[in-house]
Design a protein around this ligand. Structure first.
Ligand code: HEC
Length: 147
């Protein structure tokens, strides 16, 4: 029995390597029932997040020093002040009045529903309803911001 339990974490680690969307179920299982954002972040995968970020590319760049599009450049956004990602970008008052910084919890709420987070924001994106997809995108934003 002890042997088996000792190997369970190892097995889930193996299941987590080489992530794509294919191991989504394994990752959700590893996160446990009704996972908190912390639990989801433990199984989040930046590569899966990169794929989902395809939905953001119409309006956002993420490379260092890249130009703003319809939305601000998002390089290194995690940890920056809300509405503080790009010095050149003209943010709405709706987003500027939110205050605080982009930590995992605020980013998770924003990506759930931009309009609920900052009513009147110009980010006309419906939101990502899937909590694991949001955690993956946050992992991607964190990874792309590291340098
Ligand atoms: C249709 C265009 C559009 C899409 C698609 C879009 N955004 Fe945005 N985004 C914007 C705009 C415009 C703003 C600025 C909002 C404002 O000022 O109210 C913004 C702002 C942001 C900010 C705040 C940046 C800061 O400096 O504080 C983050 C973070 C963000 N978007 C992430 C995302 C992510 C992640 C996705 C994809 C899941 C996404 N956006 C999809 C247009 C878009």
């Amino acid at each position: 029995m002890a042997f088996r339990f000792a190997f369970l974490p190892l097995l889930s680690m193996l299941a987590l390597t080489g992530c794509g969307d294919g191991d989504r179920e394994a990752r959700l299982k590893a996160a446990g029932p009704n996972p908190s954002l912390d639990a989801l972040m433990r199984v989040a995968n930046a590569d899966a997040g990169a794929k989902t970020f395809g939905q953001c590319l119409a309006c956002h760049t993420i490379g260092k020093g890249e130009l703003d599009r319809g939305g601000p450049n998002l390089h290194g956004i995690m940890g920056k002040p809300v509405a503080g990602g790009s010095e050149r970008f003209g943010y709405t008052a709706a987003l500027m009045r939110v205050g605080g910084r982009w930590d995992r919890a605020t980013m998770d709420r924003w990506l759930t529903s931009p309009q609920r987070f900052a009513p009147g924001t110009r980010m006309t994106f419906a939101g990502l309803p899937d909590p694991l997809a949001r955690a993956d995108v946050i992992a991607y934003l964190e990874r792309e911001g590291r340098e």
